[in-house]
Ligand binder design. Structure first.
Ligand code: BES
Ligand code: ZN
Ligand code: ZN
Length: 512
């Protein structure tokens, strides 16, 4: 798929199909329609009537232009009241057009990012609107079809997406934002591909290989520890979870270093369980296949590292991924086992299905070695988070309100929304163990919170590292498609983290 910008107008643009956005407000709607009337004549009014098109959100119509325009088909995408138009409304409108055009086997589409009345009535900058169009169209056209061998020939894919405007200054803006947005969307594609891939394709070593390839291609570094090194370093959580698997674990260390002096350091930690059967505390078989996506946190970290490096973000970004399968076998860890984690703290395994926190604990302690300004972990950690928030918000917990407010803002902008849950100390007694420093499950209630409190145990009391935990169990794996996210892996986290990191100002967040 190629995205480009070109200087053109609706009357000139030569793509197979072209799309314009129509607000619902009467005066703006009428102005747009009267200029269409000049092209198509009065019949356009009958068409709008018969199609019941009023410019409302999610209304999309298209018609054949009968050579009245160089483009063969024109799309009108409703965006509702101008004052209420948001980036998400534009993403969805652009996605509706792209998906429809693909069904019609159209290969080239274009969009006009200029929306009439937007400057007067809404603060959305032209650049952001263009970004939303690219995101909505690109992300909606994603398919995981590499294993489909039949009827491939009949499948026609959109090959080019063009954004057009009549001003040279806007073309410059468009070219710049297309480049950046393509990087971010391709990184989201990578995260989706990694998570959608079955566990016989993506296991710790292949995950590490893909991360290493991305690092080499885009100029950041990758170091992969093998099982021997992981044992030697004392990553007891990763070794314990791996003990039931025939495939060795990996610990992946990625690093992006910007070309500036004294950048802030941020560490991202992603849960890399390439398949979660539950282990000896085995999961029911219905729906177990979804657990090939239990490395969605790792996928988000790899995607974010790739995009951060390509965008040359001015921060030192470290990505840490503990990777293993969680399987039952004669050598698997068992309920009752006690683990010694990296750094020396111990945990009691009460349920082998609460494995994510065991591998994250090692990585979170290791993350502290970089003396970072911030540590963010991202993980498909608990079913309880899905119960609490469903598919529409990522659970967020942490120890710094300012950081969480910024993540929330990045969530609103990207629509990869996060919602904070509390870490009240009263919950802590649920994970108290009689035989170890902490227990890996906290009973029936507040499961997303007790999981986060388990992780919090691995930060020293006397040194205040800033830390945020993102539980993406509900947002990473979709049973139903959303407008521009197909069923399966959503790639959540990449756009959220890049938006957050892009707004990070080095020096502003120094720890006391
Ligand atoms: N990977 C799962 C969490 C999960 C559930 C992710 C549904 C995505 C969708 C995690 O390892 C797990 O099994 N957690 C247990 C913890 C419990 C045993 C305390 C859970 O949530 O049931
Ligand atoms: Zn599990
Ligand atoms: Zn898991």
């Amino acid at each position: 798929m190629k995205i480009s910008a070109t200087k053109s107008t609706l009357r000139q643009i030569r793509t197979e199909a072209t799309a314009i956005f129509i607000p619902e407000d009467k005066n703006l709607f009428d102005t747009e329609i009267s200029s269409l009337k000049k092209i198509f004549g009065k019949s356009i009014l009958d068409l709008l009537k018969s199609e019941n098109f009023h410019g409302k959100e999610n209304e999309t119509i298209s018609f054949y232009t009968h050579n009245k325009l160089p483009a063969k088909r024109l799309y009108l995408a409703g965006i509702g009241k101008i004052e209420k138009v948001s980036l998400e409304i534009i993403r969805r409108a652009a996605a509706n057009v792209a998906k429809h055009a693909e069904i019609l086997k159209i290969k080239n589409i274009s969009y006009r990012p200029l929306i009439s009345g937007i400057e007067k009535n809404n603060k959305l900058p032209f650049e952001k609107i263009a970004q939303a169009i690219i995101e909505g169209s690109m992300l909606s056209l994603y398919k995981f079809d590499k294993y489909l061998t039949e009827n491939k020939k009949d499948r026609v894919r959109i090959k080019t997406i063009t954004l057009f405007d009549s001003l040279d200054s806007n073309i410059r803006i468009l070219k710049n934002i297309i480049h950046k947005t393509e990087i971010i969307c391709n990184a989201t594609y990578l995260a989706r591909d990694l998570a959608n891939a079955p566990a016989n394709e993506i296991y710790p070593e292949t995950l590490a290989k893909i991360a290493t390839e991305s690092a080499r291609k885009y100029g950041y570094s990758a170091v992969v520890w093998d099982k021997k090194r992981i044992e030697k370093e004392g990553f007891g959580g990763l070794i314990a979870v791996n003990s039931g698997s025939a495939k060795p674990p990996c610990f992946i260390i990625l690093e992006h270093n910007p070309e500036i002096s004294n950048p802030d350091t941020i560490v991202l930690v992603g849960k890399g369980i390439t398949f979660d059967s539950g282990g000896i505390s085995i999961k029911p078989s219905a729906g177990m296949s979804e657990m090939k996506m239990d490395m969605s946190g790792a996928a988000a970290v790899i995607g974010t590292m790739e995009a951060a490096a390509r965008l040359r973000l001015p921060i030192r970004l470290i990505g840490l991924i503990p990777a293993t399968e969680n399987l039952p076998s004669g050598s698997a860890m068992k309920p009752g086992d006690i683990i010694k984690h990296y750094g020396g703290k111990t945990s009691e395994v009460d349920n082998t299905d609460a494995e994510g926190r065991l591998i994250l604990a090692d990585a979170l302690v290791y993350a502290q070695k970089f003396d970072p300004e911030l540590i963010i972990d991202i993980a498909t950690l608990t079913g309880a988070c899905v119960v609490a928030l469903g598919n529409h918000a990522t659970g967020m917990m942490g120890n710094d309100e300012n950081i969480m407010a910024r993540l929330k803002e990045a969530g609103e902008t990207t629509y990869e929304r996060v919602w904070q849950l509390p870490l009240f100390e009263e919950y802590e007694k649920q994970i108290k163990s009689d035989v170890a420093d902490v227990k890996n499950v906290g009973g029936r209630w507040a499961g997303a919170i007790t999981a986060a409190l388990f992780l919090k145990k691995f930060f020293p009391k006397n040194k205040d590292y800033k830390w945020t935990h993102l539980d993406i169990a509900g947002t990473a794996i979709l049973e139903e498609p959303q407008t521009y996210i197909p069923k399966g892996a959503s790639g959540v986290g990449v756009r959220l983290l890049i938006e957050f990191l892009k707004n990070w100002k080095s020096g502003d967040h120094t720890r006391q």
